[in-house]
Design a protein around this ligand. Structure first.
Ligand code: ADP
Ligand code: ASP
Ligand code: MG
Length: 416
């Protein structure tokens, strides 16, 4: 930690927290509190809520086949506005501050435009700012590819990852992710009012929650926090800046006293189902389907293959993210030139609901009670996948909320 002996803190504010200039002024009060407490502060900001969607919409309107490098140039611009505005507001309050764009820090990334990975963050520039007691207001989501010098972005929700990575790079004591809820809940509090806020959640569980649909943290940010041991909290920017709650700490499993069997329920409506009917049941068929999908960089999630009744043909079902559906369908149509298959059925009105908990490792019967409870509600299960610490079911999208609430109650997660 060169430059000063003061402890360092990273604070990240998401889209709703910086949605208006008024809210940016409120964010500045949270920053002031920490500066007054003696921290050197780096603040990471998202674009104003809705802005990134608008920018993505403009790309699609311009052309359906866009150059990802220009996409990044366009969608990174939302964060430039909020970092500048917050620096202005802080300065007007007498707090020394300046804005930093991803390329200026620099936040170096891979060249995977649209979902680049951070490869390094030289801390020299930020160190110099801290030494001068200047708050660094950094645009989240953005990076730069060092060879081409092109702007990159880190994938939707990527400002969380910017924050955790910067916290690691500058040796921050903590990374506080401020959002519009006051912590991580047992499920999305917007659909289950009885969801409970957790004081702590283990990295592994948070990883599963995030990758199975809980958008409160980007998956990659949790991975980074786990690998680099960054003490990360999720907390609310809508708390009184003079008296905020600590929020939820993402921590090692060992640091959690009372471990429940099931910790949380997540859901994702971003699923598309593809079923191949009567494909030949012989070696090499799965490879002939899934290798081209992998080559096209399509993320296949659930895969279900029936045991063939006649030994000749079987059905194969899998899911892909909705955004990748059309490309997946094109790949399959091509694969059908070599793989015999009677017909291909597709369904976009499906959702994945998942039950997550480290305690499942040592408790049998969680899956059975889950299936029973869904059956009791008349909800049909289309596909199932499990791992050591989660069970996911694919159901009709209309039943998503009902399924989440049913399972939340079943595993005793409802608030009293
Ligand atoms: P930000 O704009 O601050 O990055 P996001 O919208 O990305 O905020 O994430 C916060 C939202 O995540 C909350 O408003 C909430 O609806 C949703 N969410 C989903 N699952 C959970 C959960 N288990 N705990 C807390 N919030 C959740
Ligand atoms: N503004 C970007 C998005 O909406 C990044 C972020 O907010 O984390 O995806
Ligand atoms: Mg977010």
């Amino acid at each position: 930690m060169s430059g000063s002996s003061r402890p360092r803190l990273v604070m990240k504010f998401g889209g709703t927290s910086v949605a208006t200039v008024e809210r940016i002024k409120n964010v500045a009060l949270h920053v002031k509190r920490e500066v007054d407490a003696g921290y050197d502060v780096a603040v990471i900001v998202s674009a104003m809520t809705g802005k990134t969607n608008e920018l993505v919409g403009w790309c699609n309107e311009a052309t359906s086949l866009y150059d990802q490098r220009e996409y990044d140039t366009i969608v990174a611009s939302g964060e430039q506005v909020t970092s500048g505005l917050l620096a202005l507001v802080l300065t007007s309050m007498g707090i020394k501050a300046r804005s930093w764009q991803g390329w200026q820090v620099p936040i170096e990334t891979s060249n995977a435009h649209g979902s680049a990975r951070i490869s390094g963050i030289p801390s020299k520039n930020l160190d110099e700012g801290f030494a001068a007691r200047e708050v660094a207001v950094i645009s989240g989501f953005q990076g730069i590819e060092p060879v081409s010098q092109r702007i990159t972005t880190l994938g939707r929700g990527g400002s969380d990852t910017s924050a955790v990575a910067i916290a690691g790079a500058v040796g921050a004591e903590r990374c506080d992710i401020y959002t519009d809820v006051d912590g991580v809940y047992t499920t999305d509090p917007r659909i289950v009012p009885r969801a409970q806020r957790m004081d702590r959640i283990a990295f592994e569980e948070m990883l599963e929650m995030a990758s199975l649909g809980a958008k409160v943290l980007q998956v990659r940010s949790v991975e980074l926090a786990m690998v680099h041991k960054v003490k990360t909290y999720v907390r609310s920017s809508f708390d009184d800046p003079a008296n905020p709650n600590p929020g939820t700490l993402i921590c090692d499993e060992e640091d959690i006293m009372e471990q429940q069997v099931v910790t949380g329920i997540a859901y994702s409506k971003d699923e598309a189902q593809i079923t191949l009917r009567d494909v030949a049941d012989r070696p090499g068929v799965a490879a002939a389907i899934f290798v081209p999908l992998a080559d096209a960089n399509i993320n296949v999630d659930m895969i279900v293959q029936n045991i063939s009744a006649d030994g000749a043909s079987t059905d194969m079902t899998f899911t892909v993210p909705q955004a990748e559906f059309q490309r997946a369908k094109d790949v399959i149509d091509k694969a059908r030139l070599t793989v015999k298959c009677d017909n291909v059925e597709t369904n976009m009105d499906v959702a994945k609901v998942s039950v997550i908990g480290i305690g499942m490792r040592s408790h049998a019967g969680v899956a059975a009670t889950c299936f029973q409870a869904l059956a009791g509600r008349g909800i049909n299960i289309r596909a199932i996948t499990t791992s050591e610490i989660k069970i996911s079911v694919l159901i009709d999208a209309v039943y998503t909320e009902l399924a989440v609430r049913t399972l939340h109650t079943l595993y005793g997660l409802d608030k009293a």
